[in-house]
Every structure is written in C-alpha cells, then in structure tokens.
Design a protein around this ligand. Structure first.
Ligand code: 4AD
Ligand code: MG
Length: 455
C-alpha cells in the first residue's frame, strides 16, 4: 500500500487507478455510501475507501467487517474530508476473507497483557505494527552500520558445546526422550557430547576476527536464566562485533558510535512511527533520542561508579560494595538520576566477570565495559579479550573450565595472537530504547520467557 500510493502519486495522471489488498479496520455505512478504512500493514496510516452502493462486489458489504480481508480497486483522489489527505473512490470491492464477530481486535484499547496472549493477531494492532516495522528497519540499520565500517558479517553457530559466558544458563539440546535424558550419557547423544543452544557467538566470532580483522554476528541467542523482569527474555537477538588490533578505548568508541547511529537513523527516517510511540508510550521519547545523538556519553570506571553510588544516600535493595556486580537499580541510578545521560562503565572487578576478559595491570580488574541507557540500564556488554595465552589459561583454571573443551579457543592465542575486543548489544533492548516500549515481551514477535513458550 505504501509503495503503491507513493507510486500512484508520482504518476502524471490526475486520478490514478490503483488496487490494494488489506484488512478492514472500520466500516461506516450511509444511505448511498460505505466508508471503509483499510490497512495492509505496510505503514501506519489507513486508506479511506468510499464505495457507493452500486459498485461491483457491494453485495458483500455487510461481511466486510473489522478484520476482514479485502481487495479494493478505484481512483486515488485528494480527500475533501478531514483526517486524511487521500482517499480511494471505489470502482470494485472483493471480499477475500471474512472475520466473524468474535474477532478479538474489534475494539481499541486492549491491554498489553491481553495482546501478548494473542501474539498471532497482535501485529494487526496499530502500535504493534509500528513496533515490528521498526524492528525490521533497525535490523537493516545494524547491517548498514557495519557495512559502512567495513565489517564482515559472520554466521556463528546456534548449536554449540561451549558455554561462552560460563554462567551455566544454557538450554541443553538432546535427541534423547525425556525418560532417557537423565540416564543417558552425553556420549551416546546425537553429537557424542553435551550440546546446547548458544548464549553468545563471541568465542566463534573471535576466531573470525583473528582472521578477517573486523567482524560482527547478528543472530538469536538463548539463556535459561530464571529472570522475571521486563528486560530479560529466554530467546533474544544479539549483535556482536569483534575487532582485531583493538583495545578497550576503541571498543567503547565503537559501541557509543553504534548506539548513536541507530538512534539517528530512526530519527531521520522513521519519524512517523516514532510519533506514535511518543504519543501512546512515552511523551519524552523524541527528546531523549535527540539528546543521545547530540551529546557525548559519560564514561566512568567501575570504581568511580561505586564511589558515586556509595555517596548517593540512596536506599538500594542490593548493597553497594566494591567487588559486587552492579545491579539494575544501581545502573539505572547512574544513568537516570546521577548523570542523566547514557553512561559507559568500564574496568569491572575480575571476580564478577567471565574468563575471557583481559586482566588489567592492577590484577584486580578486567577490561570490561557496559553501556547503560536511561529507562533500561544495560544495553551493551563487552570487553577487551585476554590475548595472553598463559593468563587466559590461568583464568580458565580459576573458572573451573577445562582446557580440553576450549582447545580451539586457546589456539587463537597460540598462533598469531593480538589484542582484540568486542561487545554484544541486546537487539530487543535497543528496540525498547528507540520505541519507548516498556516490556521486552512487546518488542519480540513471539516472546519466550520462563514458563511461557506459546505459539
Ligand atoms: O552482557 P552479555 O551477557 O555479554 C555477552 O554475551 C558477551 N559475550 C558479548 C560480547 O562481548 N560479544 O550480553 C550482551 C547484551 C546485554 O548487554 C543485554 O543488552 C543483552 O545482551 N542481554 C539480554 N537481552 C534480553 N534478554 C536477556 N536475557 C539478555 N541477556 C543479555
Ligand atoms: Mg552483561
């Protein structure tokens, strides 16, 4: 519809003939005419179609109810009525698929919770149509960014035998049936060893970065963590760039440039959809997005961040002390209250971070970095990687990881090792930030969370 209308408007003919197919949003009948609002999901706006009672197909008009699929042919004309610039003067109507009166999206104003229960129909609601169009465009912008920066796109595996984060939050993949799972040894399973759905493509990404220099992955990742928050999903998409000959500073630069690029792209190219999010979801959205593009991010070390939190006088649920991980409440205090700006925190305590991060001179901290944004908290997590073979081996011992399992990862340090760094951006969290949507379940077409895997 979007393309067709654009095309028709650019043609010379004053009254272009067009035909569209879409779904009825509303219908209103008068004596001589019916007014149908039709939408095909390609853009937010409906097109108003005016059919007089003797056009072809009009005999089915009473079945052209909200939700019904419809074909419309007619002339596109400037609308004399208020509320729309263009309308279609119908020459023929075709009822393609009826929607009986129990169609759940009859009325407006359903709750987000109810709409999650009908995720298969939810994209037909205006707001969700806008969210999922934005999701598609954001994915496009991700690829454009990396193409413009000469990164190579790598497809890392979804089935894996290595736990990248070492946090033990993996879904096991097996061909044994439930009764056998416990008893059967991994050796007899499909791959002859324990296998899982990946939590991150980073380790395989590093193999490619130490060959092709700048690479990125963009794909689904899975975490069996029992987190019931508005920001955690069991299946989510992650973008993971990895750069050879790169240190923490350059890594932070890329992360911040990337966030700005995506926000700028949305502001410049998708104003229409952003307006609906601003109107219905978050009045401060546009202002916040502009702020992100215009201002530099704040950067603080973990140690400075802890000092700020300790001096804040806030009553946090989780106590703040040097050496403990920052909790979401701490992250949000820093970015929302203290700095009122996106904030990059770096050099975290070694003890709270995975084995692959590079140990700093002080021996106590690692070259980790997290990018925090208002309203969400952590949107990006990354690090410069430990490129020194002996130090990496020590770290693995400390994390109880077997060198045998990671033989290939160690080879990357044995042969032509180099400083390298990268990060992971949670795609849904970025989409939440850009749309202002408050729950990760509402920016994933079919969300998977603990206890919920419908559709
Ligand atoms: O901080 P995380 O765990 O980092 C990694 O996985 C690294 N291997 C990335 C790398 O360096 N290549 O996850 C990265 C990001 C987080 O900042 C967050 O935005 C998102 O992934 N994320 C989740 N998003 C939704 N649901 C979850 N359960 C998430 N866990 C992490
Ligand atoms: Mg993290």
């Amino acid at each position: 519809m979007r393309t067709l209308i654009k095309h028709a408007l650019n043609s010379d003919s004053a009254l272009p003939e067009i035909s569209i197919k879409g779904w009825v949003r509303t219908r209103r009948d008068s004596k001589e005419f019916s007014f149908l609002e039709v939408n095909d999901g390609t853009c937010l706006a409906n097109i108003q179609c005016i059919a007089d009672t003797n056009v072809a197909g009009y005999q089915d008009i009473t079945k052209m109810t909200t939700g019904a699929a419809l074909g419309v042919s007619g002339r596109l004309v400037e609308s004399p009525g208020a509320g729309q610039a263009w309308e279609i003067q119908v020459t023929s109507l075709e009822l393609i698929g009826e929607a009986p009166s129990d169609y759940p999206l009859q009325k407006k104003g359903h709750s987000a919770e109810f709409l999650r229960e009908i995720s298969h129909l939810r994209p037909r609601a205006n707001l969700y149509g806008a969210v999922f169009r934005m999701r598609s465009r954001l994915a496009g912008a991700v690829h454009r960014f990396f193409e413009e920066h000469d990164f190579t796109y790598v497809h890392t595996p979804i089935l894996t035998s290595s736990d990248c984060e070492g946090a033990g939050e993996m879904f096991r993949v097996t061909t044994h049936d439930a009764s056998e799972t416990k008893a059967a040894s991994y050796g007899e399973d499909f791959f002859g060893k324990a296998t899982y759905l990946t939590v991150s493509g980073q380790l395989e990404g590093e193999a490619f970065a130490t060959a092709l220099s700048n690479i990125y992955t963009f794909g689904p990742t899975f975490r069996a963590e029992n987190s019931h928050t508005t920001r955690h999903a069991s299946e989510f998409w992650m973008i993971e760039p990895e750069m050879a000959f790169c240190d923490l500073e350059e890594n932070m630069n890329l992360a911040e440039t990337f966030v700005k690029y995506l926000v700028k792209d949305a502001l410049e190219n998708h104003q229409g959809d952003l307006n609906i999010f601003t109107k219905f979801i978050d009045k401060g959205l546009l202002e916040r997005l502009r702020f992100v593009v215009e201002r530099p991010f704040v950067r603080v070390s973990y140690t400075e961040a802890v000092d700020i939190l300790l001096a804040s006088g806030q009553n946090f649920e989780y106590p703040v002390e040097w050496g403990a991980n920052l909790q979401s409440e701490h992250e949000r205090y820093l970015t929302e209250e203290h700095f009122k700006s996106p904030t990059t925190v770096y050099n975290y305590p070694k003890s709270v971070k995975p084995f692959y991060m590079r140990t700093n001179e002080d021996g106590k901290t690692v070259t980790a970095m997290d990018v925090l944004v208002p309203g969400i908290g952590e949107i990006i997590g990354g690090a410069q990687r430990e490129e020194r073979l002996e130090v990496l081996e020590e770290n693995m011992k400390a994390h109880d990881l077997s060198e045998k399992d990671y033989w290939w990862y160690l080879d990357l340090r044995k042969y032509g090792t180099c400083p390298h760094a990268g990060f992971g951006m949670g795609f849904e969290r970025m989409l939440m930030f850009i749309t202002g949507m408050k729950n990760i379940r509402d920016v994933i077409p079919f969300a998977r969370t603990p206890g919920s895997c419908e559709f």
